[in-house]
Design a protein. Structure first.
Length: 233
C-alpha cells in the first residue's frame, strides 16, 4: 500500500548546469509528521551522508529558511529550482505499508544532493504551519547516520504517537481514542468535548489512572480532540 511518494526531477550527474524540479507528490501530513513528513525525513537521511560537512550545513540553513517561509533566491546550493522538467531525469521515493510494517523504497538516479534538495523543496510546497512543524523532521533526517528503517521512523517522529492506524486514518483513530462508536457518521464539537473530558478523567492519575501511561494517554486524547474539531464551530 502506497503511503507517501516524492518524485524529484533533476539533471543527470554528468551535466554541468544543475537543475531540479518536482513531480508527483503524495505527502499526507496529518497528524504530524504524517507519512509525508516521515518520507521527506527519510529521503534526507538516506542521501545526506553523500554530502560534505560544509554543504550539509548549507542544507540545514535552507531548511530553516523554508520553515520560516522565506523566499529562496535561485540558484541555491549549486542547483536551480524550476517548474519545467523538460530534458530532466527523475528519481522516485516511496513509503510503503504492509499491515503494521513500514518500509522505504528509493529509486535514485541522480546525486544525493539533488534528492535532499527535492525533499526540502517539497516541504516548501506545504502550508507555512506545516513547514514549521516538519522542518525539525528534515533536520533530524539530515543528522541521521543509522539504518533506514524502524529506528529512523522513531527518530523522525520524536515524541509523536506512531500507530499506523493513526497515520493512515487519523479521524478513525481519533474517534476510537475518544470512545465513539466505529460507525459514527458525524460528531459535533460538543460531542467531542464531552467524550474528551470523560476519557481525560478516566486516565488522569488524580482519578485513579495509571501513572506510568497517563502522560502518553493525555497526549493522545489532546491530539484526537484536535483532529476531530478541525473545521467545527
Amino acid at each position: 500500500m502506497l503511503l507517501a511518494e516524492l518524485e524529484v526531477w533533476h539533471t543527470r550527474p554528468a551535466v554541468p548546469t544543475r537543475r531540479i524540479s518536482l513531480g508527483h507528490l503524495v505527502l499526507p501530513v496529518e497528524p504530524p509528521p504524517g507519512f509525508g513528513g516521515l518520507l521527506l525525513g527519510a529521503v534526507a537521511a538516506a542521501h545526506a551522508r553523500d554530502l560534505d560537512d560544509d554543504l550539509l550545513l548549507d542544507v540545514h540553513r535552507l531548511v530553516d529558511q523554508v520553515g520560516r517561509g522565506e523566499r529562496i533566491v535561485q540558484p541555491r546550493l549549486r542547483h536551480r529550482f524550476q517548474v519545467d522538467r523538460h530534458g530532466l531525469s527523475h528519481s522516485v521515493h516511496r513509503m510503503i505499508g504492509d499491515g503494521d510494517d513500514l518500509e522505504f523504497a528509493f529509486e535514485t538516479t541522480g546525486t544525493g544532493l539533488a534528492q535532499v534538495l527535492g525533499a526540502v523543496y517539497a516541504l516548501e510546497r506545504l502550508d507555512l504551519d506545516v513547514r514549521r512543524s516538519l522542518a525539525p523532521v528534515l533536520h533530524a533526517g539530515l543528522r541521521w547516520r543509522g539504518p533506514i528503517g524502524p529506528a529512523l521512523v522513531a527518530h523522525l517522529a520524536g515524541g509523536q504517537a506512531l500507530a499506523l492506524t493513526q497515520l493512515a486514518d487519523p479521524r478513525g483513530w481519533a474517534l476510537d481514542v475518544l470512545g465513539f462508536p466505529a460507525d459514527v457518521a458525524h460528531v459535533s464539537k460538543r460531542d467531542v468535548t464531552a467524550h474528551y473530558r470523560k476519557r481525560l478523567r478516566a486516565v488522569h492519575p488524580d482519578h485513579g489512572g495509571d501513572t506510568s501511561t497517563a502522560s502518553r494517554s493525555i497526549e493522545e486524547l489532546n491530539e484526537a480532540r484536535r483532529i476531530l474539531t478541525i473545521g467545527l464551530s
